[in-house]
Design a protein around this ligand. Structure first.
Ligand code: FES
Ligand SMILES: [Fe+2]
Length: 392
C-alpha cells in the first residue's frame, strides 16, 4: 500500500518529476520507421508529457523537436520537411534535427538572430525499424542497447503499435512481474470462451514462480520463471522485465519485446516487436523497416475485445484507473514481484536524483556489445510444446 505521495513519486513522468527524471536517462521507442513515408515524413507525438514532432528530413536524418516553434509557437507538425530540416509553416523559420535554427526568411542575416535560437530537440536512432529517442541530459546519453532479438539478421520481424493505453505506464510494468495473472485473465478467460487450445498452461500445474533481480553492465531487470509440477517437471524460458519499461517474452514460435512508452501521466503507447525464425534459419524476404501494424484493443462501443491477449491485458491495466490508487490495494504473497520492482524503481529514482550511476546504462561506445536475452540452450520457443500460446 502506498501513500499518494509515494504513488506520484513512482508514476509521474513530466519534466522535473522524480520518475520523469529517471525515465529520461533511458532510450524510448517513439515510433516505427515505416510510419514516416515520402508523402508524410512527419508525425506528432507526445512522450513523457512533452508535445513533439518526429520527422525524417529528405537526407534521411531523423529529428524529434518540440512541437511549438520557438518564434511564436505555431505547430511544426504543419511544417514543411526539407533536405536538412523542418520549416515552420507560419513564417518559415527552419530547424535541423538537432534543433539548430538554420533560416529566418524575414530577419536580416547580419543580425545573427538565428544563432541565438534553439528549438528543443532530442536525438533519435533507428534499430530494427523502431525509432528510439533519448530525452535526457546530452552529456549522459547512453549507447542505444543492442538487444539480440532486434539486431539478428535472420527470421521475420514485425512491429505492432497498440491502441493508446489510457493509464499510467507503471500499471503495464507491474503486470510484467505479475505472472499469475496469466492463469485467470488469459487462460481461464479463453477456456470459458470455449478456446481450450489456446490455454497456455493450466494453473494447477505451476508449482513455483521465481523472481531474480538481474544486474548486468548493459541491462538490469527482474527475471521471472515458472516452474511446472507434474510428470515432466519443467522450467520455462525466463522472460525478464527489462528496467525501466520493457518486457522480453517468448511468444508463439518466437520472441517479442514490448516497449511501454509513457505518453503522459495517464496514457501509454505500447510497441511490440516480434521475431519469428524461419524453418531454415535464413532471413525471410522483408523490408528493412518492418511495416507497423495497428492493434486495436477495443470495439466500436469502446469495450475491450476480451478474446485477445493484448486486449485482456489492456482491460486489466486501464480499469485500475488512469493512475491506480495504490493506497487501496492489498498485496499478497503472489505480488512479491511487484514489491521487488517498486523497490528497484524507488532506488533508481533516488540514484538519478543523487547523480550516482544507474542500472542498465552503458555510456561507453567501446562496450557496445549485443545484449543476450535469449537464454543459452533454449530454442525459439523454449522447451515447451511449440504450438501453445504464451503471454506475459
Ligand atoms: S511561428 Fe514559426 S516561424 Fe513564426
Ligand atoms: Fe498478460
Amino acid at each position: 500500500m502506498l501513500t499518494q505521495e509515494e504513488n506520484e513519486f513512482l508514476t509521474r513522468v513530466g519534466p522535473g518529476t522524480p520518475s520523469g527524471h529517471l525515465l529520461r536517462r533511458y532510450w524510448h521507442v517513439v515510433g516505427a520507421a515505416s510510419e514516416l513515408t515520402e508523402e508524410k515524413p512527419k508525425k506528432r507525438v507526445r512522450v513523457l508529457g512533452e508535445d513533439l514532432v518526429l520527422f525524417r528530413d529528405r537526407s534521411g536524418s531523423y529529428g524529434l523537436v518540440a512541437e511549438h516553434c520557438a518564434h511564436r509557437g505555431a505547430s511544426l507538425y504543419y511544417g514543411f520537411v526539407e533536405e536538412d530540416g523542418i520549416r515552420c509553416a507560419y513564417h518559415g523559420w527552419k530547424y535541423d534535427a538537432c534543433g539548430k535554427c538554420l533560416e529566418q526568411p524575414f530577419e536580416s542575416p547580419e543580425a545573427g538572430f538565428k544563432d541565438k535560437i534553439r528549438q528543443s530537440a532530442y536525438p533519435v536512432e533507428k534499430l530494427a525499424g523502431l525509432l528510439f529517442a533519448y530525452m535526457g541530459p546530452p552529456e549522459k546519453k547512453p549507447v542505444l542497447p543492442k538487444w539480440d532479438v532486434l539486431v539478428r539478421r535472420d527470421g521475420v520481424k514485425t512491429v505492432e503499435i497498440c491502441q493508446v493505453l489510457c493509464c499510467n505506464w507503471l500499471q503495464a510494468m507491474e503486470n510484467s512481474v505479475d505472472p499469475v495473472h496469466t492463469y485467470y485473465l488469459h487462460s481461464h478467460n479463453l477456456k470459458l470462451q470455449g478456446n481450450p487450445d489456446h490455454v497456455p498452461f493450466h494453473y494447477q500445474r505451476v508449482s513455483k514462480i521465481e523472481f531474480e533481480l538481474v544486474v548486468e553492465p548493459s541491462w538490469a531487470g527482474i527475471q521471472k520463471q515458472r516452474i511446472f509440477a507434474g510428470d515432466n517437471a519443467q522450467v520455462e524460458a525466463p522472460h525478464p522485465l527489462i528496467f525501466p519499461n520493457m518486457l522480453f517474452v517468448p511468444v508463439r514460435m518466437g520472441y517479442a519485446m514490448h516497449f511501454r512508452t509513457p505518453i503522459d501521466d495517464h496514457n501509454t503507447r505500447i510497441y511490440q516487436f516480434r521475431f519469428r525464425p524461419t524453418a531454415d534459419g535464413g532471413s525471410a524476404a522483408q523490408l528493412d523497416d518492418p511495416p507497423a501494424e495497428f492493434v486495436s484493443t477495443k470495439n466500436e462501443a469502446g469495450e475491450f475485445h476480451m478474446e485477445h491477449f493484448s486486449s485482456q491485458d489492456h482491460m486489466a491495466w486501464e480499469t485500475q484507473g488512469p493512475m491506480a490508487d495504490r493506497g487501496r490495494e492489498h498485496l499478497g504473497e503472489s505480488d512479491r514481484g511487484i514489491i521487488l520492482f517498486r523497490k528497484l524503481l524507488r532506488d533508481q529514482i533516488q540514484a538519478a536524483q543523487n547523480g550516482t550511476d544507474l542500472l542498465g546504462i552503458n555510456t561507453d561506445p567501446k562496450k557496445d556489445e549485443i545484449i543476450r536475452l535469449i537464454p543459452e540452450g533454449y530454442t525459439a520457443y523454449s522447451h515447451r510444446v511449440a504450438e501453445e500460446g504464451r503471454s506475459e
